[in-house]
Design a protein around this ligand. Structure first.
Ligand SMILES: C[S@@+](CC[C@H](N)C(=O)[O-])C[C@H]1O[C@@H](n2cnc3c(N)ncnc32)[C@H](O)[C@@H]1O
Length: 384
């Protein structure tokens, strides 16, 4: 393919962050961005696709479409897949592969069977062509295919990310109930924090919100150490990839984009071991000097003067903590914020509306997001 050729692509995103994820891709140069359910469709060229793999913070993975074809039955899926791409290039029998499927069509309502149909179409084609077939490898395939069925169409894509992009590699230690890194990045983007006023998380756990916030403000790319599946594609362009890596690495700064200093980024964590892990994580992420984490109780939090942004993800009982104790914790948190954080914006990730009631505060925004399958709200309060 030529470097200018436009690719039709899909970003797989955390539920609730489709708009925000689409905006991030637009900022990285994507066009025709269309938020979908748990995804966003977009167009870009190969250089843009490489750039987004290395720099986008919100997606789980970025897919590149190989083909889209009319598809209303199992038979059309089978025949369409065999014609969909130059499989001689993309899938010689010595390469392993896996197929995932989403959506449905009449006669194929379960993703597992749709994926099986695609796999059968490919190995049958290989046997006819070469007398041998690829093996299926679910853990580390050479080629990871996705088929999406719906609206009388099949879209067949290849996953360029490999391992999920939310695994940044800075968090070998994870405290209790950690947020996924891409969800944390999205939550920070939703606050609109730009690094000019202090940001604090008074129940910071492994520090994910703070680390993602500081990385974003200082332009640290999330994906430099990631091993990308696209490096094994037949049309991998090593020169263009090196440029994308260099560009991403050059983005890193010690200050904000306009040269202004980064405001304090502060964390409090009750558990000394978890606080220590959070500091190690910040160090591993390259933002150790920008993020200050201390062991302590949020009840003793003293915010810096002036306006700021308070973010937190307190325990909400699904996984850790008990209801009675937690009600007390939320009630104390509400009191601390009202007494000491006047002029601050307060954002709280809630998975339990009864507990947030104990804050005795009225949210001005409630943004639905999903945290590890739990239906949550990213609640915004302005503290007067
Ligand atoms: C749900 S976890 C936060 C997870 C974090 N967002 C992350 O990604 O790792 C809640 C954290 O609050 C801490 N915590 C509980 N009570 C606290 C208190 N009184 N003061 C400070 N931290 C507290 C817990 O130890 C736990 O690490």
């Amino acid at each position: 393919m030529t470097e200018q050729q436009q690719l039709q692509c899909t970003a797989v995103l955390p539920p609730g962050l489709e708009e925000c994820g689409g905006a991030e891709l637009s900022a990285l140069g994507a066009t025709a961005v269309k938020p979908l359910r748990r995804a966003a469709a977009f167009r870009t060229d190969l250089a843009g696709f490489y750039r987004m793999q290395l720099q986008a913070r919100l997606p789980f993975r970025l897919l590149r479409q190989l083909a889209a074809f009319p598809c209303r039955s199992r038979e059309e899926l089978y025949a369409g897949v065999q014609r969909a791409a130059n499989w001689e290039q993309w899938l010689p029998p010595e390469l392993s592969f896996r197929v995932d499927a989403s959506g449905s069509l009449p006669g194929l309502t379960h993703g597992h069977y749709s994926a099986l149909q695609v796999k059968n179409a490919l190995v049958d084609w290989q046997r006819q062509q070469w007398g041998q077939r690829s093996s299926v490898d679910l853990d580390d395939p050479d080629l990871h295919l996705h088929v999406h069925l719906g609206g009388g169409q099949a879209q067949l894509s290849v996953d360029g990310s490999g391992d999920s992009l939310h695994r940044r590699g800075y968090r070998p230690r994870m405290g209790l109930a950690p947020l996924k890194e891409n969800l944390a990045a999205g939550l920070i983007q939703l606050t609109g924090w730009d690094g000019r006023v202090p940001l604090a998380d008074p129940l910071c756990g492994s520090g994910t919100l703070l680390i993602e916030a500081a990385s974003m403000a200082l332009g640290r790319p999330p994906g430099l150490d990631h091993r990308f599946a696209l490096e094994r594609w037949p049309d991998f362009n090593g020169g263009l990839w090196s440029q994308a890596l260099e560009q991403a690495a050059n983005n890193t700064r010690r200050v904000l984009a306009d040269g202004a200093p980064l405001a304090p980024v502060l964390g409090l964590e009750l558990d000394a071991g978890v606080a220590e892990e959070a500091r190690a994580n910040a160090e591993a992420a390259g933002v150790g000097s920008a993020v200050a984490i201390v062991c302590g109780d949020f009840r003793d939090f003293q915010p810096p003067q002036g306006p700021g942004v308070l973010v937190c993800n307190p325990p909400y009982g699904e996984r850790i903590g008990e209801q009675g104790e937690l009600e007390q914790l939320y009630s104390d948190l509400g009191r601390m914020v009202k007494e000491r954080c006047s002029g601050w914006e307060f954002w709280l990730l809630s998975g339990n509306p009864e507990l947030t009631g104990a804050l005795r505060m009225k949210a001005s925004r409630r943004i639905p997001v999903s945290n590890g399958g739990i239906d949550c709200r990213w609640l915004h309060y302005t503290i007067r």
